[in-house]
Structures are given as C-alpha cells and as structure tokens.
Write a new protein. Sequence first.
Length: 96
Amino acid sequence: MEFQVTDGRVFSADEKQELMAEATYTRLENGEVNIDRTYVNPVLRGQGAAGKLMEAVAGHLREQGLKATATCSYANAWFHKNREAYADIISNDLSD
C-alpha cells in the first residue's frame, strides 16, 4: 500500500481513486498535532492496514519533527502499544 501526504492527511487510494485508508490530524496551538480520525476501507479490515497507516503517519511526523497526541481511539491505542519505537514523536499529553 502506497501512502500520500497532504496537509493534515495521510491516505492511500486504489487505482480507481477509491479511498483505502486515511488518517487525519489537526495542528494544535502548542505546535503538536492531534490525530483525530483513522479509516480503513472494509475490504482491507483485519489485514494490518490500520497498522501500516499509522506507521506511515508516524514516519511522516518523524520526518517533520512533530509530536502527536490522538483523540482517535485507534491511533491512541497504537501509540501506547508502540510507545518505545515512537517515543520521539509521542506527545507528553497523550491520554492513557
């Protein structure tokens, strides 16, 4: 799955431009970002697509030198599960 990045969005679409996976985020006043939504097309669910999406998001944030929190429950849980590998991009404000 190949991901594209636009301001506030990391996503993947198929050859017909149908949305396959997407994460959206907003910039916060403190300069960090809040991942507020993740989506995986039903045809990909259960195949690890959401994890790959979050890896792409985390890679983008790392490249940009940004830290993130997440109000999206999946993104929040993913950050907690992968806290060690992505400690440099996880905000101190990430909720438990």
